[in-house]
Design a protein around this ligand. Structure first.
Ligand SMILES: Cc1cc2nc3c(=O)[nH]c(=O)nc-3n(C[C@H](O)[C@H](O)[C@H](O)COP(=O)(O)OP(=O)(O)OC[C@H]3O[C@@H](n4cnc5c(N)ncnc54)[C@H](O)[C@@H]3O)c2cc1C
Length: 593
């Protein structure tokens, strides 16, 4: 099995040419950030992740986790050691608020770091990922008093965080949750309820675990309007900051899963005895609002899981394709079998992985940078525009990239032939691990509904139309002559088709819009991918003219491959967008058997 090689050149290329890190780091709040320092730090991070974290990936998958009779979860030693080193090196704090121990770098730098950490060991990466997302919600909505006790420990990763929403009857429909909260005499709260599927709900990798739990206060209205957010620590914290008694929080079950074997997915019992001591975050009944701050960040990072795993799978498949010899490629010498990388069909599989990976990275980093600009741009108008862009692109980044994560890691298995199906080869793990990402953090079906029902109508359609116009301008910019002209024409046509399905959805009856949401998201992601790759090809073309590294020629060839062989799938999705509900429901339910 090959080692992970952090794709630092590609990451830098996107930060320079798609994100414009130079401009981003000139915004207020990032005065201390130099783009070169970011690249250097990411280089160090990449080395650390490749040397320390990546080797734990297979160990975690094969050893897995155990839950003992006292509710303790045992995590492989190698992962505990890697986590301690991660915290000591300060990586979890990359984008945190400097007032609370963070380094105050742009979120897109944390995104680049997270891509590499996910590729190194996805199960491991979920602990810091969820902690960072919890920090997002907590720093906006937590009181100063609570923040003074918990925020720094969470930002530095000394303590980890969880996101506890799901209950057996409340999955996609969070509003159906039943966990209860009630005020105690001392101004704190008590929480009681069982939560299922809680990632990193219990472990000994960090000294304390801070659960962010959704529950209902007395007389709360039904549904999502009656949900409040509570901070529930595993260990209570004394007034001097030391750890006190164990709170009434227990892991009562550990799920056995298809993948991410080293990430504890816990059934958590909060407050079975006296009620778990809890602290209200934000206002009573405003929990969903707080949680959305956290979920948007988490959704983008789940999108990254599709990317990170696809990269790891690609690298492994590439190495295998260079080593494995079978058959004789056209034109190869007689009596010598050729490395399979010389066969056109294997090349096609590798190119499909490479081109999609580059498109995914550009979309995710662009979305992440829009999040940064929504906080740091100089004017209200610029901040609002960036927030809208992030809102529009987040469901696409989550769903399109995680669907592709499953498809591309499956191609990674295919490139290995029979060995791909054998666990020892390692490729199957990436595919198994990738399968959860389209499910959690809001299933991809729910992301598509979010895109169509909430994001397209933003500002009366002006947000999506602005993005379409931006893509059109790029296509028009390459249409007039030059080596990329044909790519611009193809992109222009695809954008026109996307505009047409967008308009159809904006006017459609709700049942029809809901029915077309998933194919629309696929169409949107596929066209956006082409847009980013044309931008990449243009940037590479310009750099090559000034004598840059010939490696950049690959950016142009990758864009060509994507536009010729992948972009046509967008047009294929269009008829399903506007087919309407009547087609989906044409067969009576009883006749579906
Ligand atoms: C490994 C793992 C880790 C997890 N980690 C966490 C965690 O840390 N914290 C946490 O709170 N939860 C966590 N979850 C729970 C996860 O977020 C839920 O499983 C997910 O939101 C889906 O809910 P569900 O399983 O109840 O599926 P359901 O909601 O029952 O969905 C079943 C199917 O119906 C579809 N569907 C449901 N409602 C609609 C609708 N309105 N319109 C269209 N389609 C719909 C879904 O898209 C899906 O295909 C985790 C789950 C797993 C498996």
């Amino acid at each position: 099995m090959s080692d992970y090689r952090p794709p630092l050149r590609d990451i830098r290329f996107v930060l320079e040419n798609i994100v414009d890190l130079e401009e981003l780091s000139s915004l207020p709040g990032f005065e201390h950030v130099e783009a070169e320092d970011v690249y250097e730090a990411l280089g160090e991070a990449g080395r650390f992740l490749a040397e320390v974290v990546a080797p734990t990936n297979r160990i975690g998958d094969t050893e897995g986790l155990t839950l003992d009779d006292h509710g303790s979860v045992t995590v492989p030693e190698e992962m505990i050691s890697a986590y301690r080193q991660l915290v000591e090196a300060g990586w979890p704090a990359v984008k945190g608020d400097p007032e609370y121990g963070g380094h105050g770098f742009p979120g897109v730098m944390a995104t680049a770091f997270q891509e590499m950490m996910t590729a190194a060991n996805m199960a491991f990466s979920l602990a810091p990922m969820l902690t960072t997302s919890a920090v997002e919600a907590f720093q906006y909505h937590g009181s100063d008093e609570l923040k003074s006790v918990y925020l720094e420990k969470l930002i530095t990763g000394e303590w980890t965080g969880t996101m506890a929403l799901t209950e057996p009857q409340a999955g996609s429909d969070v509003g159906a949750l039943r966990a209860k909260a009630w005020p105690a005499d001392d101004g704190t709260w008590r929480v009681r309820g069982t939560k299922t599927f809680i990632t990193w709900g219990e472990h000994e990798m960090a000294d304390n675990i801070i659960h962010f739990v959704l529950a209902r206060a007395p007389e709360a209205p039904p549904g999502t309007k009656g949900i409040s957010l509570f901070l529930v620590p595993k260990y209570l914290v004394n007034s001097d900051g030391s750890l006190g008694d164990r709170n009434d929080v227990k892991c009562i079950g550990l799920e056995h899963k298809l993948g991410i074997h080293a990430s504890p997915t816990c059934v958590m019992a909060y407050g079975e005895d006296e009620g778990a001591v809890a602290y209200l975050v934000g206002e009573v009944n405003a929990g969903m609002h707080c949680m959305f701050t956290m979920m948007n960040d988490a959704r983008l990072h789940v999108g990254l899981e599709g990317l990170g795993l696809a990269v790891r799978s690609y690298q492994q498949a590439l190495d295998y394709a260079r080593e494995r010899r079978q058959g004789r490629a056209l034109g190869a010498p007689k009596d010598v079998s050729s490395p399979i990388i010389e066969h056109p069909d294997v090349r096609r599989m590798l190119m499909t992985m490479k081109a999609n990976i580059e498109a995914m990275r550009a979309l995710i980093f662009d979305t992440s940078a829009a999040g940064d600009r929504s906080e740091s741009s100089e004017t209200d108008e610029a901040r609002a525009a960036a927030a809208h862009r992030a809102a529009l692109l987040t469901p696409v980044a989550k769903a399109w990239c995680t669907d592709l994560g499953v498809e591309l890691t499956s191609i990674g298995v295919q490139i290995h032939g029979g060995m791909g199906y054998i666990e020892e080869a390692g490729s199957a793990q990436h595919w198994r691990d990738s399968r959860i990402a389209p499910i959690y953090e809001g299933t991809n079906g729910i992301q598509a509904l979010d895109l169509v029902m909430r994001k397209l109508p933003l500002e009366d359609g002006a947000v999506v139309n602005g993005y379409l116009a931006e893509m059109e301008a790029t296509a028009a910019g390459v249409v007039d002559g030059g080596a990329l002209a044909s790519l611009g024409v193809a992109l222009s046509t695809a954008i026109e088709e996307l505009r047409s399905t967008t308009e159809w959805l904006l006017d459609a009856a709700p049942a029809d819009a809901l029915s077309g949401a998933t194919p629309y998201l696929r169409q949107f992601g596929t066209v956006a991918g082409a847009y980013y790759l044309i931008r990449s090809a243009r940037a590479a073309e310009a750099a090559l003219l000034s004598g840059a590294d010939p490696w950049l020629e690959a950016k142009i060839d990758t864009a060509r491959f994507y536009i010729d062989q992948i972009l046509p799938q967008a047009a294929g999705a269009a008829p399903a967008v506007s087919a309407g509900a009547s087609q989906l429901f044409a067969i009576a339910e009883a006749h579906l058997d």
